[in-house]
Structure formats: C-alpha cells, structure tokens
Design a protein around this ligand. Sequence first.
Ligand code: PLP
Length: 434
Amino acid sequence: MNTITPVSSHESQILSKDQQFVWHPYSSLTTPIPAYEVVSAEGVNLHLADGTELIDGMASWWCAIHGYNHPVLNEAAKSQIDKMSHVMFGGITHAPAVNLCEKLVQITPQGLDKVFLSDSGSVAVEVAIKMAFQYWISREQPNKNKLLSLRNGYHGDTFAAMSACDPVTGMHHMFERVVAKQYFAPAPQIAVHEQWDKQDIAEFSQIISAKKDQLAAVVLEPIVQGAGGMRFYSPHYLKSVRELCDQHNVLLIADEIATGFGRSGKLFACEWAQISPDIMCLGKAITGGYMTLAATLCSEEVSRGICEGEAGCFMHGPTFMGNPLACSVANASIDLLLSSDWQANIQRIEATLKHELTPFSALDTVAETRVLGAIGVIQMHEPVNLAEIQKLFVAEGIWVRPFGKLVYVMPPYISTDAELCKLIQGIYRVLSKL
Ligand SMILES: *Cc1c(COP(=O)(O)O)cnc(C)c1O
C-alpha cells in the first residue's frame, strides 16, 4: 500500500512514520493502535508532543523508581560518558562494573556471591537457566535438563525464558515445535497475607518429587507474579519451595526482575520468606530506568560447579556485558535508593494505594483489588478494550497501560500522595464510565 499522509505537523509525521516502520511491544503493524509521542519526562510526568502532561502510573514497566530526569542519575551518566561509554568486557575490567557487582552481592540475600552482567531481563533469565543446565552437566548429571515453573509466571520473551512462562498466556501451543517442554505446577492460590495451608504446595511437591532426576531448576517469581497475572502469594509457599528444592537436589532460580529494589516492600521479594535462591535474576529498576542492564547472581557452589566442569568456564558472554555507562547509573540509582528511607516510603505508597482503591469494590465491573508495596492491582471481570481505555486515561492526565482484565499501577517511588490520588481517582472515573 502506498498511502501519502498529509504532513500537517511534526507530530503527525512522527506518528504516521511510527505506524509505517516501527514495531512496539506486542503490536500489530497491519492494524496499529496509535502510540503517544513523548518528548520529555521529568519527575513523575510524561510530556507529550501536543503539550499534554501525564502522571505516570507505570514507572516505565517497573523501572523508573526515582522518576524521570533525576539530577543524581543524570550526573552519573554524564560524568561516566566523559570517561568512556563502553569497552569490551573480555579481558578488561573497570570500576563501575566491579563496584556494582560487589554492591549486588552485599545487598542481595546471603549466599549469592557471584555476578554475571547482561543487557536485559530476558537475557538474565537465559543466563540463569544456562547456569543451571551447565551446573548439572558439569556435575555429571546431564539428565537434569528440565525446569519446573509456576502457572501464571512470566520470565521474558526469549526462547528459554518463554518455555518457563505460563503455557497458556505464554503461547506455548503456537510455538509448540520450538519451545522446550517444561513442567508446571498450579499457581499458588493463597495470597500474601492469608492464612497458610500446606495443601497449596501439594501438587508442586508431588511434581518435584516425581521428576527430580530430570529437574535442573525451579524457576519462579518470588511473592509477586507480574506480567502473568499480577498475583501476590504466600511467603510460606516460597519457603516450602526452598525446602523441597534442597530435599530433592534441584536448584532454585528466583526471577526478581520486577520485584527487585524495593517494589514489594522488601528490597528483594525473597526476603518475605527469608530464603536465598541458588540463582537470582535482576533487571528493570536496576538502573532506575535509565539504561538497559540486568544481572544474574549465583552461589559459590553453582559457580564452582560450572567452572570445575568440562568447559572450565561459563559459556556465555554478551558484547555489551558490563556496559560502564549502565553500571555507573546503576550504582548511583542503588545508592540513591539505599540512602533514602525507602521502606517507610513504600509503606506510605502502599497505604495510599490501599485507601484510594477501596471505593473500586463498589463498581460492578471490578472483581477484586489488591495492593502489595508500591503495586496496586484492579482485576476486572472482563478484559478491557485497550485502545479505548488508553484514550480515556490520557484524557484524565494519567498514564496507565492495562493488559487483559488487569488495570494496575507500579508508580515511581517519588510519587507524592497527591499524585497517587490523582492517578487512582483518574482510573476510578474511567472505570466507572465503562
Ligand atoms: C520484565 C520481566 C522479564 C523480562 O525482562 P526484559 O528486560 O523485558 O527482557 C523477566 N522476568 C520478569 C519477572 C519480568 O517482569
């Protein structure tokens, strides 16, 4: 098709070229939904090309915990860029990466002692899975080459990560011939603060016991299942998973890409159950949303196992591994978080979200609301019409991006109570019109 679009303004040009040339996440190029052009962002606000200002409820998908255009993070990036933006990491090292890895070992649960840096969350998950597989190959148990994962999980879009995602929402039937088959336990049903009943872990327990000789690792998101359903489950479940992994000689991979750096009210969600995984994935908020960066941490035992094997080294090495610019911003972002009273701040956000979400249960279209830390979820009875609802949110001056039946927020930690109220009340007005 050769359509000539009249050029009336810079904005319409960008938007029409966007639809012509550019893929967006999970988007169609044959029936594109128009995107909004952002020209700048500051604090909790996104500034659109047409002058509209939006309060951001998404923190750019869990990332921008300190808000946008933060002077401390800007300075970290600027001072690093004048030294070097990137050097290869093979045979070369530098302070930004070393300092970051030391910091991550110090702040993550006990026993995570070695750090592998990579470019994005999905790659961090690939690396974690490869670590687990290579560990068992090195330990001469190559039949331990399957994963046990949870339904409603989400671990990224690359192939190994996808194989551990919920088999239904992860589209396993479509990619049946190319996605590895893994084992799945039912999603935990007992919510985070609910009374524990060990029946909730019974089927998981059966599977791990029956399949232990094939299982390299359990892969799960601790406490908060994110993109696979925005569900918060009991710390007792996670504690039991740790015990069962030990009992059956299976590694535990905790994917903290969404939960890491305070989002759930703990610095890492594993702390809810006071457990340490054997391997942990970090990403998203690690640079405060400035640069793409991720990390996979593992125990001394896993790293020794891998390195004592036939290969003598871990078989992975991304080109942009340890990017100094990203590491510098990550160091600044983590220092900024830890130098604040972040726990009290997350509690404040949690209390405000709970208070503001209370009236939603009166809406017929709403099935349930739930809050944990700086995460607020409104579960609808029916899936929302994204294209339609997005316009209504923008008209309210807020940026919220639902999926399916889930309308949810994970705002920047700098959001004031007034901004949170505006955000949630805007959502209320939109939902009450549906
Ligand atoms: C976002 C996410 C990923 C994937 O990270 P990308 O940076 O999008 O590749 C993996 N696991 C969890 C839990 C996530 O939330």
